[in-house]
Design a protein around this ligand. Sequence first.
Ligand code: HDE
Length: 682
Amino acid sequence: MADERKGHTNKKDHQLDQFRVDDKGKKLTTNQGLKVSEDEFSLKAGVRGPTLMEDFHFREKMTHFDHERIPERVVHARGFAAHGEFQLYESMRNVTKAKFLQDVTIKTPVFVRFSTVVGSRGSADTVRDVRGFATKFYTDEGNFDLVGNNIPVFFIQDGIKFPDMVHAIKPEPHNEIPQASSAHDTFWDFVANNQETAHMIMWLMSDRAIPRSFRMMEGFGVHTFRFVNEQGKAYFVKFHWKPTLGTHSLIWDEAHELAGRDPDFHRRDLWEAIENGYYPEFELGVQIINEEDEFAFDFDILDATKIWPEEDVPVRIIGKMTLNQNVDNVFAETEQVAFHPGHVVPGIDFTNDPLLQARLFSYTDTQLIRLGGPNFHEIPINRPVCPFRNNQRDGYHRQTINVGKVSYHKNSLAGNTPSEASVAEGGYQHYQEKVEGRKVQGRSKSFADHFSQATLFWNSISETEKMHIINAFRFELGKVKSKSVRQQVVDMFANVNLELAIAIAVDIGVVPPKSGGSNITKASPALSQQNTTFSAFSRSVAVIVTDGFHDADVKYVLSSLKASGLQPEIVSEKLGIITGMNGTQLEVDHANLTADSVLFDAVYMIRGSDRNKKFNKDIAYFIDEAFSHYKTIGATHEGIQWFEINDFDGKTGVVIANNMNTFAHEFIKEVAVHRHWNRQIV
Ligand code: HDE
């Protein structure tokens, strides 16, 4: 089915195809294959009588329904996923023996699940939160899972604190408020009393926590992993995903409004981009540190609350992942996929990062309860594309029928097979790191500096980004009822930057700190979203137009936008067809009632009909709002008069067609800017 279905296929797609079922045009049966003749009425003793137990079809249908739900993920419950492929640009053979990182001709199938962390499955996409970015590479040597986030550091240093951290950020247990939000007392109490959170909180309060799109987020493996090459030499490595569209964000007001107007904003964006052929692309980057340089930095490279500044350890771009196929069934694929940072292939290994070590336990454990037993690797989305075999047997929902009587090792009855593979044959061998020490429960002194990199982040970002952080703190702490917690947090962040702490304090009714500050002056320009890639490609444009438009000009602009990869969508008074002066007909995509500027990246205003006062009023709001969200707005024809009257003329990011020949080009250039921050919004 795969080949004709989507036109692109790979090993994983072929494998999944064996499990895809299409019931269209078929007869209804029970799960036992019996054809069903009645699916509307249960079996009763008389048409007005009681339902009979004998009705096996009713019982089967109802029982299955009663058991349709599985526990949602304890974190990252709300997610959305897509299939794709990864291809290498250059062989990494000198540093890793992982085959999929050696051969530039291999296209490795991938499955990527993006998620929010805190909210439940039914929460909104655009909340302020970390985003999960988990990738399963189906390699010929087994599955490799890169289970990362869109923020390069984490809240805590040792996994034993993870349950505490999650309890603190989740809705408070006595009333389950607030949903999908960190703006409440227990979370900030945790922050103030666990100061290793400082760096992560700076990122969480930044624009990174409200991405414009899953397609416009960076991804990070967060931990330090190891590469091991064929000679057995090891390197420390950090993984990065860089979106080819650049890293872009919503603004808070927009994120808030979207949570109501379209809680599915991010999943819809990903789904539609793939359906429309705007395949999301992410380049894979690696930062590599030689083993000999383990202690060459002023931070511990095993500490997951630290980045390796890109200016010190450059990110080498080694390949690209393209997401080109939506799932067929969200439950079967997105919900049942089981990621695990411990799923590695030869050439990729772990380090002693205490956060990573804890994760190696937690992920299998959580799948056992979530997916109901130890055979979750047999669920189609989780199956490797290479053969897998061992002596594990039985358990809930076992699918394979293992023939023969031998299910143990060592044996003579089956010639001691399945047999172990030597390293030369591709057998995994753990890196033989020398470890010695006393058994202790404690934190290494090298993990003690919680603030320097938080200040580094602050130093690295633009004034606009700084203002957003201040406002995010004000919002979040403004929701904290305990004055003591508010004060503790402000005092804590005085260690990052004194002006930051004072700016927060003045708005949230606590005493501004008098001392503190940091002597860190270093900056890492790569951390600022101002230094990302800017592109108009795939940006959505609301085209506001009613009957009587200027046919040739409008057709020209729309085709220019499409030719440059933008996505114009017609917004008008009502759904149906609108007709130009010379009879050109355009299909309306959105009636104004269901459209809103927050759903688009830019607005192109052609005609504000003066026949319908309500529409005019709504459109005025639409454009005002787009303007206040710093978006590009353009006008031709009657739209121009509108702009003049409403005083938009001459403002930055406002493109007025003085010349129809150059309008589209100028407009597209401004759309690529995404936000015109220097616009004065009062
Ligand atoms: Fe996770 N995390 N995590 N995490 N995590 C889970 O596994 C956990 C951490 C991440 O789309 C759970 O299958 C512990 C860091 C993603 O299915 C669970 C610790 C990073 C996803 C779990 C961490 C992540 C999860 C819940 C601290 C970024 C979603 C459901 C030691 C590098 C994967 C599940 C998906 C999911 C445990 C910290 C990323 C409970 C104990 C750091 C993207 O096993």
